[in-house]
Design a protein around this ligand. Structure first.
Ligand code: SF4
Ligand code: SF4
Length: 440
């Protein structure tokens, strides 16, 4: 059975550029930049000093609060600086700069523990926290926190997100083709930690090869099922995925735990397996580099490698770039410099040519309601945007602006070229400011 949700859009997917490219290991950089904040929550605290020698996998920062994770050296070398550095998610942030010694010497031997499934849930959770794992689909929420639901929110279902509904991106697709067993091992660990006996691997139907592999792998599994999903954006958004998979509706403003679910990305599941079975921290990830580059690729990249190096490794720009986006073109973030590092949540680098970047003046709203039809959160974007334009943050809040997940579907369909999503994002920021001011 094919599952889906209400609303959504069908943008051209452009995945053929890189879907058939096997994951390639990118050569080591001469230098990596490890931001102290690669996660939602408090910035981590540096525990190394300039001049220190560090080894691959060694922690370079520690969590600074309950919602925070450590970062690790992604190669061996010398700490050259701890300074503010351009960050792919926006403003500059402190980072540990490591110059490689070319040896790639490991911190510990990262040997396989064949008895890893005999570890207690608590021991598993500690290994996941120590590995500094965050959601790798782009959300960057600390993974160990997601595995500690409050007692009054019992979890009965874990869903692995293999939808990869963003156009262009193929890193999760390649992981599912090349590491399906690791992904399933990771899912079993998550289920053990949460004490859950029901799991799903949810994959959009535009990846029939991945569906065939998991169908074979799970055919006699009494606990984990494969769930093929209709091809539609944003099928991979948590609430839409939960509804499509279980028919449970997460209430507005609430988290998946409200309906007994935990969602993890397939790449996160693989990282969890490596953390628990090998004590391996999150120091590398698969990144799709695609769009207007000469040779689109799926690269296994050390965290901290610069976007500039990835693009050069893919043969450089194929034509004059109009925009370089980290993540997919719908929810990703346009970069103002190529000197930003790959972080734990960097699923892709998409280069849009000048011709592909819409450059025209937005027109007046023609009240066509197409944005309302496609909004997967059942919002009325046209109405909310009019409140935002009139600085009526109170009315925007009442109309549910905080439920906007910034998927961009409204902007994609708008015939007037209005950047509805950016206005929604701005409105959400202003509502938060209004709430802060009210609390003072
Ligand atoms: S960006 Fe927000 S308002 Fe627009 S379609 Fe997505 S959820 Fe709805
Ligand atoms: S899609 Fe654009 S033009 Fe149509 S109602 Fe929404 S904002 Fe107005």
């Amino acid at each position: 059975m094919t599952r889906t949700f209400r609303g959504g859009i069908h943008p051209p997917d452009h995945k053929a550029l890189s879907a058939a490219k096997a994951i390639e290991v990118m050569p080591l950089s001469a230098r990596v930049v490890i931001p102290l904040q690669q996660h939602i929550g408090r910035i981590s605290e540096a525990i190394v000093q300039v001049g220190d020698r560090v080894l691959r996998g060694q922690p370079v920062s520690k969590p600074s609060g309950p919602v925070s994770v450590s970062s690790h050296a992604s190669l061996s070398g010398t700490v050259k600086a701890i300074e503010s550095y351009p960050h792919p998610l926006g403003q500059a942030a402190p980072a540990v700069v490591i110059e490689s010694d070319g040896l790639d010497e490991p911190h510990i031997d990262f040997a396989f523990n064949s008895k890893y499934m005999s570890l207690t849930p608590e021991e598993m959770k500690n290994l996941i926290a120590d590995a500094g794992i965050t959601g790798m689909g782009g959300a960057t929420f600390p993974t160990h926190i997601k595995l500690m639901p409050p007692q009054d929110k019992p979890i009965d279902t874990v869903i692995l997100n293999g939808a990869e509904c963003e156009p262009y991106l193929t890193s999760d697709h390649r992981l599912m083709l090349e590491y399906p067993e690791d992904i399933v091992h990771g899912l079993r660990i998550i289920m053990k930690v949460l004490g859950v006996t029901k799991g799903f691997v949810a994959i959009e139907k535009n990846k029939p090869d991945a569906i065939a592999i998991f169908s074979e792998l799970l055919k006699n599994d009494g606990q984990i099922s494969l769930c093929p999903l209709k091809v539609k954006y944003p099928q991979g958004a948590e609430k839409q995925l939960i509804y499509a998979t279980t028919r449970r509706q997460v209430p507005a403003g609430k988290l998946p735990m409200e309906v007994g679910c935990v969602v993890q990305n397939v790449g996160t599941a693989k990282a969890i397996y490596e953390a628990v079975a090998f004590q391996k921290p999150l120091i590398e990830r698969v990144v799709t580099v695609t769009g207007a580059v000469r040779e689109p690729k799926n690269l296994l990249v050390r965290i901290g490698t610069s976007v500039r190096e990835l693009i050069e490794y893919c043969g450089g720009f194929r034509e004059e770039p109009g925009k370089v986006i980290m993540g997919g073109p719908m929810m990703g973030i346009a970069q103002f410099t190529l000197d930003v590092p790959i972080i734990k949540g960097s699923s892709g680098i998409v280069v849009m040519s000048r011709g592909e970047v819409k450059e025209y003046e937005p027109q007046e709203c023609i009240a066509c309601a197409q944005c309302v039809d496609v909004c997967p959160m059942n919002l009325m974007p046209t109405l909310i945007v009019s409140y935002v334009e009139n600085e009526r943050w109170d009315l925007a809040k009442e109309a549910g602006i905080m439920n906007c997940m910034e998927c961009g579907s409204c902007a994609f369909v708008c015939p007037a070229g209005r950047n509805v999503m950016h206005l929604m994002r701005f409105g959400k920021f202003m509502v938060q400011e209004m709430e802060k001011a009210e609390k003072k």
